[in-house]
Ligand binder design. Structure first.
Ligand code: SAM
Length: 242
């Protein structure tokens, strides 16, 4: 897949990263025997929908060197909310130089699985937390502490914004991964972001390289402190999205 990585994301994995991706695939297949981690198990589909998809969201920041997005910290801290089996957080930890990645999920078994595989992937830049996003964001050790927060396949865009923006430092970014995207969703997300101290800075549209499926990533810049009333109590963001 070297050529496709390069053509589509302007980046090529080195041999160590390729070996880590291969090992991640094997470990997830093995983990799937006991846990319901993913329905995506065919090698090419796994490459496209988990590896490529995870990294397309950070490509504008780390692979394309776009002027308007910089400066980025040289040792960025990430948090991946609702990481499941580790997406997009683990591919990011494998790929971005000098980064640290915190993987958070509310399902203890999924986090236990990740804790098992991290040493097998030779990753020493990954931490894990079992918690609800609504709770961790009210904890001063985590609130407004991260350069970049990512979230994929966790909820509607306003819910995602309420989970991630409180965790991002002022000046940092939240990246919401989506499939299709509409103008109405843009309006709702702009409104939610504004209440949370963020602005929708830019949107990227991608087509996945093998099946040509549409993807969008929404980049929210944290411009003000998030008011302390956000995130609301556990369950409220999903019951009453901003
Ligand atoms: N991000 C992964 C991916 O794209 O493959 C997993 C997506 S999975 C559909 C959604 C995950 O979000 C589940 O593992 C679930 O436990 C977690 N989750 C949902 N709501 C959450 C919350 N409020 N706080 C923490 N984790 C949450």
């Amino acid at each position: 897949m070297t050529d496709i990585w390069q053509k589509t994301l302007n980046w090529t994995p080195n041999s160590q990263q390729q070996a880590q991706f291969q090992r991640l695939y094997e470990l997830i297949l093995a983990g799937n025997q006991k846990l319901n981690l993913t329905r995506i198990t065919e090698p090419q589909e796994f490459w496209e929908k988990h590896l490529w998809d995870s990294l397309c969201g950070i490509a504008p920041l780390f692979f394309r060197n776009e002027e308007q997005i910089h400066p980025l910290p040289t040792s960025p801290s990430f948090i991946d909310i609702g990481t499941g089996a580790g997406f997009p957080g683990i591919p990011i930890a494998i790929t971005v130089n000098n980064c640290t990645v915190t993987l958070l999920d509310s399902t203890r078994k999924k986090v236990a699985f990740i804790e098992q595989i991290i040493p097998l992937l030779s990753l020493n830049n990954v931490k894990t937390i079992t918690a609800r996003a609504e709770k961790i964001s009210q904890n001063t050790q985590h609130r407004q502490q991260y350069d970049i927060a990512t979230i994929r396949a966790v909820g509607n865009p306003s819910v995602c914004a309420e989970y991630v923006l409180p965790l991002v430092k002022k000046g940092g970014l939240a990246i919401i991964y989506r499939g299709t995207w509409t103008e109405e969703e843009t309006t709702a997300l702009r409104n939610a972001a504004q209440q949370l101290g963020g602005v929708l800075e830019f949107t990227e549209q991608f087509y996945t390289p093998l099946s040509q499926s549409i993807r969008h990533c929404l980049y929210l810049r944290k411009v003000n402190n998030t008011p302390t009333r956000f995130p609301r109590a556990v369950g409220v963001p999903t019951q009453r999205p901003l």
